[in-house]
Write a protein that binds this ligand. Sequence first.
Ligand code: C2E
Ligand code: MG
Ligand code: MG
Length: 665
Amino acid sequence: MEPVKFDPKFEPFGQPPDNTERIARLERQVLRERMARIEAEAIAEKGLRDLYESKQRISLLQKITDIANKSNEVHTSLVSALAEICCTLGYDFGNAYLIEGAQQSACACEAWFAEDETDLALLVAASGNASFDRGKGLPGTVLETGRMVWTRDLDSIPGCTRAQQADACGMTSACAFPVRVETEIVAVLEFFARKPIVESPELTWAMQQIGTQLGRVVERQRAWALLQTARHDVLTGLPNRAILAERSAAAFAALPPDGKGLAMVVLDLNGFKAVNDRYGHHYGDQLLTLVATRLGRAVISWQENRIATVKTLLARTGGDEFVVMLQGLVDWPNLASLAEAIHECLSPPFRIGDQSVAVGASVGMATSDDGHDSYDRLLRDADLAMYEAKRLGASRTVSFTPELGLSVRRARELKQEVREAVAKKQFELYYQPIFSLDAEHTLCGFEALLRWNHPTRGVLGPDEFIDCAQDAGLMTALGTWVLRQACETIARMPPLAAARTPPFVSVNVAPEQFLQPNFADIVRGMVMETAISPSRLKIEITENVAIIDAQAAAEVLRTIRAFGVQASLDDFGTGYSSLSYLHNLPLDSLKIDKSFVASIHEPKSVNIIRAIVDLARDIDLVVIAEGIETKHQAQVLAGFGCKQGQGFLFGKPRPEWNVFGLTAA
Ligand code: C2E
Ligand code: MG
Ligand code: MG
């Protein structure tokens, strides 16, 4: 309301009473009231504005908190947060930086928002790939001070590179604030606006809160990445044992009462170790990655082409071991087709650098309808089948059966027992005499044969434990023990009436023992230590050593024969029987396997024995026949020109104390 204009000269009713003082008072009162009203209005307006702004801030905070709660992914939540902040607070451009690298610089991360992209193109382009070291530009200043930064003069910010572009886009002010995980600054958000950005404690507080909320997403993404590393195989990216266990346990728990609907296929690469040893771990790693890729493709295409209702999970569970878990109704033929797909996908050689390497796989399978009480048991059965496949040879597939489980478990127990038996000195050498097959039947020597005095099962022959000892890698140690025992026996052997010359002792030597690099030295050392005549020791090898490494085998034989130890080729005729071995291996004798002797009445065996004896005569080898049980066999063999023989006819293998003093039967 306009104040009343007062004219002191106006006198409508003559000389008025003197009201000057009163009027002045009224005038002052009106003025005061007017001022008070203006002030009240201003207070009300500010209050309303504050209320509005605070509501806006609270709603913004609420939205950012929602974004942070819903997202595990930093980039998308930064983009959403920038848009919300710009739209709510009226800023024109927002850009995010992540703190990265050894220098911990603020690097733009393709998370930005522009109110009008075309208008702000210059600023957007200048900010897109920007990175700022600590103390440089708006983000670097936030990094340096740890606090929110406001400016109406970008040039005043040290190291600011975008003042010109900001100016060209009409930006008058800017601010930036940190995103934190606890005290660490993990990102910086910056904003530019055409209108002045008004600095206030409330806004600073809101930005702090926003920084904390977005920090939660960074923290969660880090935790997730850690978890992923822990749950995924770093090399191949496949799920690891932990994920397999988790999914299998869930699938197992969801099985129907008949227990059907889960299967495990375990595969282990053959030849991977050789690649690793030969070309190094780097190559090995590349090979595993390539194998994983092929397996992944094979499993997916198998699933697509055959049974869509089956869910699969391929995991890498160990060095070169992979598992496919199958959930759904899979029968043995289906599993067999998967195994086939696996073998097929691995069969073309892998190209690594300039090398081409071939690997195969041994595959074991098991299904949940065999009364398993846990997924773990199922996996173990598949694993067991895989080991059986490995034992059978390259690129095999074996399906688990309860019988297989029993026999493999027994074998495992036995392996453990064999290990303990070495330490408990439960092994003993028996000796079987070898006689000349001529009319005089003189004692020529003995074959040392290993026995295991098993604490509960009695005396066990080698057929019951040698394979097991071999699997357990014990053959070299056990063989060395045998060799020493035999040498000591020779040393203490009394003169034997049946022998014209001091008898030899033949010792069976396993291929891995024979081909160990210092085998000849070990033999020579024992001969020297026990002070026996070297010619009284005979080493029996089988054709297997020549198959493994013919050249090395010939070299060892030459060395041991050079200092007088004899050598014999055992079980001739049962292996590959390549005649070239006979020519190339320096030997003293060869032994005809007892299977030919047992079937000596058959023309086929007769022919083989004849051929062996003729051949041996040509290259000056003494032929010894094994397994002679009848006089007839002895006579026929002698007639063919076989010089020596051993068998139950002449004497069974017996302990040392029992043997010496024997005469021909
Ligand atoms: P081998 O070297 O061919 O030994 C001859 C096998 O024939 C022995 O079986 C012997 O007991 C058996 N034998 C001898 N005469 C007769 C007979 O008239 N009839 C029948 N049916 N069998 C007869 P054993 O002792 O069970 O040994 C089996 C195999 O175990 C041996 O075959 C040899 O390859 C291996 N072996 C035995 N001792 C050792 C050892 O100390 N080290 C290694 N590496 N292998 C050994
Ligand atoms: Mg033998
Ligand atoms: Mg033999």
